[in-house]
Design a protein around this ligand. Structure first.
Ligand code: FEO
Length: 401
């Protein structure tokens, strides 16, 4: 629990031991399910918590002496925020549910709460709390169709739902480590907000124009300097890229790894930064390696997928990553494919079909039969030169330096 101002408290639950959000997203620093209490003339709760953490929320409300709630505002129907709603309704039967039409619709499906139980508010409509006012702003597809923000005008506080969140359960939320918070925010953006980058970019501009004093997301610490997260989101949601290359790879008998090391070295010699990620590292869960690749791909100019051929197609670890990169619609400008095969391969065709939603220029694949030889290394040199030349030739306004 954290007192944020004379009127506002964070009363949700930390989940520091969580390893994978949605059984998918690696959470290096755990996460939190934030719930905000506004205590003015009216008492309002914004979002309950994940159902597994409802006791913590109820305990926090008890410690603050809350015996009556006027409104429960639901910003998003996904279970990590809405899941404890039924328990809240039991504990506070007098409370009035408030949400957007889409939230009410989805709550009916996910929690079987009739949508007619909701007071529905639209964009720019206000909930009058006597001494305080909450204004609604729907933010569809950041990241579900129902996500909604509310703005507490008198305190200049923006409750931003999943947007601007971070999976980071700080030991002391009042003194969160800003470097960790930013890293966690980029990991979170990569796996949750990146697929809807265009819409998210519009909400970033809207938020900048609003100029809140505090941003209070549904996950992770409050942003006490909103510019610190808004400037990052402006960068991530823009079309501009960093002059860097990411090479996620799998190698079964070292041939593909030899190709990766050669390509990495050559690109570095030509003056660009390269990050390689081993998707076959037996000391790391594949979700962690794939998560690192997504994190590094947020602004990368190019991604070169490196895989041996397995039963005609890519190694399944690389196919898993391709599925994710495709779903996340990375903004990278150039894609490459390299790898070794045993006797025949359909890997290029298979990878292209897995990456059909990535709008990047595809460079010619470099595939080698067995152990790479002199001609294969020459082909890799050509790929490195072409890649670096293309990146360096990008217009200045599309390069992040
Ligand atoms: Fe944090 Fe979309 O739930």
């Amino acid at each position: 629990m954290l007192k944020i101002s004379d009127f506002v408290y964070e009363v949700g639950a930390p989940h520091p031991e969580l390893l994978y959000f949605d059984k998918l997203v690696p959470t290096t620093y755990g996460t939190t399910y934030n719930s905000y209490l506004i205590k003015g003339e009216k008492t309002v709760l914004i979002d309950p918590v994940d159902p597994g953490k409802k006791e913590i929320l109820l305990q926090n409300l008890q410690e603050l002496g809350i015996t009556k709630l006027d409104y429960l505002i639901c910003l998003h129907a996904e279970q990590d925020h809405s899941g404890a709603t039924v328990d809240l309704l039991k504990a506070f039967p007098e409370v009035k549910l408030v949400g957007s039409a889409k939230v009410a619709e989805l709550m009916e499906h996910h929690l079987h709460i009739p949508r007619s139980d909701f007071l529905i508010l639209c964009d720019d409509e206000e909930l009058e709390l006597g001494d305080l006012t909450l204004r609604f702003k729907t933010i569809p597809f950041a990241h579900w169709p129902d996500n909604t923000m509310v703005y507490l005008a008198e305190e200049k506080m923006l409750f931003s739902s999943d947007l601007f969140g971070s999976h980071y359960a700080a030991e002391d939320p009042a003194q969160a480590d800003l470097a960790k918070q930013k890293k966690a925010a980029q990991e979170y953006y990569a796996e949750i907000m990146m697929p809807t980058r265009r819409q998210v970019g519009k909400y970033v501009q809207w938020t900048k124009d609003l100029n809140p004093a505090l941003i209070l997301p549904s996950h992770g610490p409050v942003w006490r300097d909103p510019d610190s997260i808004l400037s990052l989101y402006e960068r991530w949601t823009s079309d501009a890229v960093e002059p860097t290359v990411v090479i996620p790879y799998v190698s079964m008998h070292d041939s593909t790894e030899l190709m990766v090391k050669h390509l990495e070295q050559k690109i570095k010699e030509l003056g660009l930064e390269v990050a390689t990620v081993d998707l076959g590292d037996s000391d790391r869960d594949l979700r962690v390696s794939a998560g690192e690749t997504l994190y590094r791909s947020v602004d990368a100019a190019a991604i070169v997928m490196a895989t041996p051929t397995v039963l005609g197609g890519p190694h399944p670890n690389q196919a898993y990553l391709a599925l994710l990169l495709n779903a996340m619609r990375v903004k990278t400008k150039f894609m490459g494919l390299i790898g070794s095969y045993g006797w025949g391969t359909m890997v290029e065709k298979n990878m292209l079909s897995l990456l059909d939603k990535v709008k990047a220029e595809q460079l010619p694949a470099v595939l080698c039969l067995g152990l790479p030889g002199e001609e294969d290394y020459i082909a890799l040199d050509r790929l490195a030169e072409e890649l670096v030349n293309k990146i360096k030739a990008l217009p200045a306004e599309t390069l992040l330096i």
